[in-house]
Design a protein around this ligand. Structure first.
Ligand SMILES: *Cc1c(COP(=O)(O)O)cnc(C)c1O
Length: 366
C-alpha cells in the first residue's frame, strides 16, 4: 500500500462544484485583481476570528509577516525574537526589513517558543516577538502576551500552520498585535496557488498594510510611500471562500487521525500534546532510530517527513554559532506522519502497524 504524505483529493472532491462555480464566476466577471472576491474573503476570514477583526489579503505568508514588520516600522537597529525551530520563512521577513532575528529555544513537549528563553533574549533593541503556532499547536499565548506587555514589545503571531487553532477556546491570530497567515496549498486552509493574509484588530495597522501591499498607494496613482506589490488574486480568494466554509470540518478530520495515532502507536513513538485547540497541521512524533525508521517506512510505501531537519539559526544562510539544546535534540528525533483530511482508515492503520512493527523487531533483537 502507498501512503502519500499529503494530497488534496478529499477537499477538492468534496467542494468540486463550488470551486468550479467560483472559477466560472471570476471568469465571467473578468476582474482578476482587487475585485469583490478578495473583499468578500477578507470579510469572511476576519469574521471567522471574531468581531472587529480585520483581514487584509496579500501575496503569501512570508510577505504577510513582512507587511506586519513594515507597518510597525521595524527596521535597521531593531531586534525581533523568534523560535529556533520553525519554517525558514518565519525569519526571512525580519532580514528583509533590515532588522536582526534573535532566536530562542523551544519547549521540549510543545515545540513552540519557550517563554523563559524569550525573556532572556530581550535587550534594549528588541522590538517584537514572532510567535509560531508550530504544527498547529498554539504557543503559550498567556505567558507570551504578558512578556510582550511588560516589555512594550509587538507580539506577532505566525499562524501559517494554525488556521482554526484555539488557545483556551479563543482563535489564534487574535492574541497579538497582528497575525500572519499563509494559504499555501498544503496549509490547513490552502488555496490553489500562493496567498496570504494579515489579521489585526487595530484598524490603523490594517490600513497601513493595505497601503504598503499596494505600492504605497492611498488612492490610484497617489503613492505616499514606497511599498511593495503583494496582492491576492480573485481566483484564489474565490476558492478560499469556498474552502473556509469547510475549515472546521477538515480540521476535525485531522484531529480524528491524530486521535487514532495516539491510541494505536506504541510507546516508542512519543506523541504530540493532546490539546483540544491543536489542529494538527503536522502530526509530529519523537522517535529513536529515526533514519532507520524512515527507511523502513519508505520501503513499505509510507511517505513521512521532517519539519525541520535544520534549525533556522544553523542554516548556512544564518550560520549563528549558538546552542539551542532543546531544539537541537528535537530535530534529531521528530518525524511528521501523514495526517491530511481524507487519508483512509487503511492508510493510517498501515502507518501505525508499520511503526509498531519496526520497534517490535528491534525488541526481538535485544
Ligand atoms: C508556510 C509558512 C510560512 C510562509 O508562508 P508562504 O505562503 O509559503 O510564504 C511562514 N511561516 C510558517 C510557520 C509556515 O509554515
Amino acid at each position: 500500500m502507498k501512503v502519500p504524505f499529503f494530497n488534496t483529493d478529499y477537499p477538492h472532491q468534496l467542494l468540486k462544484d463550488e470551486i468550479h462555480g467560483a472559477f466560472q464566476r471570476v471568469m465571467d466577471r473578468g476582474v482578476f485583481i482587487n475585485g469583490p472576491e478578495v473583499g468578500l474573503f477578507e470579510q469572511q476570514f476576519g469574521a471567522y476570528h471574531g468581531q472587529q477583526v480585520s483581514a487584509v489579503c496579500c501575496g503569501n505568508g512570508t510577505q504577510a509577516l513582512e507587511l506586519i514588520l513594515r507597518a510597525f516600522a521595524i527596521g535597521p537597529g531593531d531586534e525581533v525574537i523568534l523560535p529556533a525551530l520553525t519554517c525558514f520563512a518565519s525569519a526571512e521577513p525580519v532580514v528583509a526589513v533590515g532588522a536582526r532575528p534573535v532566536f530562542a529555544d523551544i519547549l521540549s513537549g510543545e515545540k513552540t517558543i519557550d517563554p523563559e528563553a524569550v525573556k532572556q533574549k530581550i535587550t534594549k533593541a528588541t522590538k517584537a516577538i514572532i510567535v509560531v503556532h508550530l504544527y498547529g499547536l498554539p504557543a503559550r499565548m498567556d505567558e507570551l502576551k504578558e512578556i510582550a506587555q511588560v516589555n512594550h514589545l509587538f507580539l506577532i503571531e505566525d499562524c501559517a500552520q494554525g488556521h482554526g487553532a484555539t488557545f483556551r477556546g479563543k482563535p489564534v491570530g487574535t492574541f497579538g498585535h497582528a497575525a500572519a497567515y499563509s494559504f499555501y496549498p498544503t496549509k490547513n486552509l490552502g488555496s490553489l496557488g500562493d496567498g496570504g493574509a494579515v489579521l489585526t484588530t487595530d484598524e490603523q495597522i490594517a490600513n497601513k498594510v493595505r497601503i504598503i501591499r499596494d505600492h504605497g498607494q492611498t488612492a490610484k496613482d497617489l503613492h505616499v510611500l514606497s511599498g511593495m506589490n503583494s496582492r491576492m488574486d480573485e481566483l484564489q480568494a474565490a476558492v478560499l471562500s469556498v474552502k473556509l466554509s469547510k475549515l472546521d470540518v477538515l480540521n476535525e478530520m485531522r484531529k480524528t487521525v491524530a486521535g487514532f495515532y495516539r491510541n494505536r502507536l506504541c510507546a516508542h513513538a512519543e506523541k504530540p500534546p493532546n490539546e483540544s485547540g491543536h489542529v494538527f497541521h503536522q502530526y509530529v512524533v519523537e522517535v529513536g532510530d529515526r533514519e532507520k525508521l524512515m527507511e523502513y517506512l519508505t520501503s513499505n510505501g509510507i511517505h513521512a517527513a521532517i519539519h525541520y531537519p535544520y534549525l533556522v539559526p544553523h542554516t548556512p544562510a544564518f550560520s549563528i554559532n549558538e546552542r539551542f539544546p532543546v531544539a537541537e535534540r528535537a530535530i534529531k528525533r521528530i518525524l511528521s506522519l501523514p495526517v491530511f483530511p481524507g487519508i483512509s482508515k487503511d492508510m493510517r492503520s498501515h502507518v501505525a502497524e508499520k511503526i509498531n512493527a519496526f520497534y517490535a523487531i528491534g525488541e526481538d533483537n535485544d
